[in-house]
Design a protein around this ligand. Structure first.
Ligand code: ZN
Length: 300
């Protein structure tokens, strides 16, 4: 199905809906929310950054004014009920993981605007903590375990996917909080999808060496090149680890196809010189199920 024609019904079938306040819009995974997790994948809509205009750029202090990013974050966080401390990391395309014990620990170090801890996934079970990862084409993955209230935000580009970052995050939830893989629910957010994301032979060969059945991840394009399906690659890893098929929800949205909604490094870097950053966040819901944020649902 062409990405341009994704309807709200298509989104609903996939387990997602839009939430919008004052022009700021995010994609919410409904089953993850129903399991007790505040969550959202940001869009570029409703911000103040000149990227190229009115963009909700949520990171990258070297490419945008700090006041813009902080105002955009304030607007983004307004989509979620309650008080939150946002905990992220300086992403490296690796497999290191940050554990956040409490809301105070989530905040960036004093005198630093951006994140100073180097890793590619953030896990926690603390109240009022929003674990977040930044992307612009890479795959954002949110995991929540309703039995232990533990959760993770994962950044998986092709390097992270190749390295199995989502499995490291799952393992950390298991070891740190006694989460069971079978009860975990996963939302895979908007990213460069198989319709657009072309890679070269070094990526293709690497994946084929490491993963049995990797042939299915690739659609050949020209000599030495193919489009890669990173959604499926991560989904396959989750399934192999024991996550239930019906507990993995994949957003049917490609960042490269939908630059009207999302930032895309591959589409915009050459065009504008700089590219905004999206953010995917997850935290424990403070209020009882069926109250609070559900009231905000409904914007199409
Ligand atoms: Zn696409």
């Amino acid at each position: 199905m062409p990405m341009e024609t994704i309807t709200d019904l298509d989104l609903k079938r996939a387990g997602f809906y839009w939430r919008e306040i004052d022009g700021v819009r995010a994609l919410i995974c409904a089953p993850l929310e129903d399991d007790g997790f505040t969550n959202g994948f940001s869009t570029r809509l409703g911000g103040v950054s000149p990227m190229p205009q009115a963009a909700l750029n949520l990171a990258g202090f070297n490419e945008d004014a700090a006041e813009n990013i902080l105002e955009n974050r304030r607007r983004f966080l307004k989509l979620f009920s309650g008080e939150w401390s946002l905990g992220g990391c300086w992403q490296m395309h690796g497999t290191d993981i940050r554990v956040i014990r409490d809301a105070a620990e989530a905040k960036p170090a004093e005198n630093s605007l951006g994140d100073t801890i180097y890793c590619d996934a953030v896990v926690s079970d603390a109240k009022q903590v929003l674990a977040g990862v930044k992307t612009a084409d890479c795959v954002p993955i949110l995991i929540g375990d309703p039995e232990t209230n533990s959760f993770a935000a994962v950044h998986a580009g092709w390097r992270g996917t190749y390295a199995g970052i989502v499995l490291y995050a799952l393992e950390r939830l298991t070891n740190e909080y006694k989460a069971r893989t079978e009860t975990c629910r996963v939302a895979i957010g908007p990213a460069a999808a198989a319709c657009c994301y072309e890679v070269g032979s070094e990526v293709i060969d690497g994946f084929k060496e490491r993963f049995p059945g990797a042939d299915e991840l690739f659609t050949p394009t020209r000599e030495g090149h193919a489009r890669i399906d990173l959604f499926k690659a991560n989904r396959d890893q989750l399934l192999a680890a024991g996550v239930a098929d019906d507990r993995i929800h994949t957003a049917p949205l490609c960042t490269m196809s939908r630059t009207d909604l999302f930032f895309s490094y591959r589409r915009e870097k050459q065009l504008h010189g700089k590219v905004g950053r999206l953010m995917a966040v997850i935290g424990r819901r403070g209020e009882k199920r069926g109250t609070g944020e559900k009231g905000k649902r409904g914007k199409g």
